[in-house]
Structures are given as structure tokens and as C-alpha cells.
Design a protein around this ligand. Structure first.
Ligand SMILES: Nc1ncnc2c1ncn2[C@@H]1O[C@H](COP(=O)(O)OP(=O)(O)O)[C@@H](O)[C@H]1O
Ligand SMILES: [Mg+2]
Length: 143
């Protein structure tokens, strides 16, 4: 799908999103560099009314954005965007408060490169797989 179709996919994804029954709602975004993981998160953030500039958190690892009570029926208070690209195992995520992040049902977490920290990914994580098709097209499979 092209970038426009990807935006529509993000809107539908958010519309159909059901919160996890325990803890945070965690979405793992998989796929190679340039596949569209950050773009997808930026699109979701935009749709959720976040006006701040959503930059890739590669260097800061974790970014937290406050959500208005008016979006997604007030189910979530924060969108947390993580890029685990540079991490080598879940311990490195735990030191920046991962356990607290995933314990809080008010958190909607989008994490790029979950493969890097697979040992601390919650069992109920939902995954979206991104694939680079060509310059303007990406494939998306949601599980
Ligand atoms: N259909 C598409 N979906 C997503 N990104 C696209 C698409 N077509 C082109 N792009 C571009 O591809 C790049 C994807 O980069 P990014 O989202 O940072 O990938 P990742 O976070 O997976 O490394 C962006 O520059 C984006 O504008
Ligand atoms: Mg990225």
C-alpha cells in the first residue's frame, strides 16, 4: 500500500483497537529499516491528536506523549513510542522503566524492533509486520 493507504490502515487499526485485558496495550512493529514503522507511529500519533513533532526515538529509546481524554474513548492516557534498534536484550529496556510501562493499562505502547528485546515482550503483544515493497509501497500484515 502507498502512504495514503497506510494512513487509512492506521486509522482503521486505531478504530478497531481493543485494550489488553491486563497491563498496557503493546504493539510490536517489525520490519527492516525504512519499512514504515516510524511513519506508522507518527500517523497514529497525529490521528490521536498529538501535535508535537514525532521524531524517531532511536537515540532516546523512549518517548511519552500525553493523550487527550477525547481520543479512543479515554481508554489510554499515554502513547509511548520506543525504538529498541540499539538495544541488546530486555535488560536494557528494564533499566529505563519497561516493567512499569507495561504494567499500566493506561499506556498504549508502540515499539519498533521488538525482536531486540523479545525476552521482555509481554505475551499479549500484538504485532504488525512491515515490508518494503518498492519506493512508494509497503506491505503490512497485522497479527
Ligand atoms: N507506503 C509507505 N508507507 C510508509 N512509508 C513510506 C511509504 N512510501 C514511502 N515511505 C517512506 O519510507 C520511509 C519509511 O521510513 P520509516 O517510517 O522511518 O521506517 P522504519 O521506522 O521502519 O525504519 C519514510 O521516509 C516514508 O516517507
Ligand atoms: Mg523507525
Amino acid at each position: 500500500m502507498n502512504i495514503q493507504e497506510m494512513k487509512a490502515f492506521a486509522a482503521k487499526f486505531l478504530e478497531e483497537l481493543t485494550p489488553a485485558s491486563v497491563g498496557a496495550t503493546v504493539i510490536g512493529l517489525r520490519g527492516e529499516l525504512g519499512a514504515g514503522k516510524t511513519t506508522f507511529t507518527q500517523t497514529c500519533a497525529h490521528l490521536l491528536g498529538i501535535t508535537e513533532n514525532i521524531t524517531s526515538p532511536t537515540f532516546v529509546i523512549l518517548k511519552k506523549y500525553e493523550l487527550s481524554e477525547k481520543v479512543l474513548g479515554g481508554k489510554f492516557s499515554f502513547l509511548i513510542h520506543i525504538d529498541a534498534y540499539r538495544l541488546k536484550g530486555g535488560k536494557e529496556l528494564n533499566v529505563i522503566g519497561w516493567q512499569e510501562v507495561i504494567a499500566d493499562s493506561k499506556n498504549l505502547v508502540m515499539i519498533e524492533w521488538p525482536e531486540q528485546v523479545s525476552d521482555v515482550m509481554p505475551e499479549n503483544t500484538r504485532y504488525i509486520d512491515f515490508k518494503h515493497i518498492d519506493e512508494t509501497n509497503r506491505g503490512i500484515v497485522s497479527k
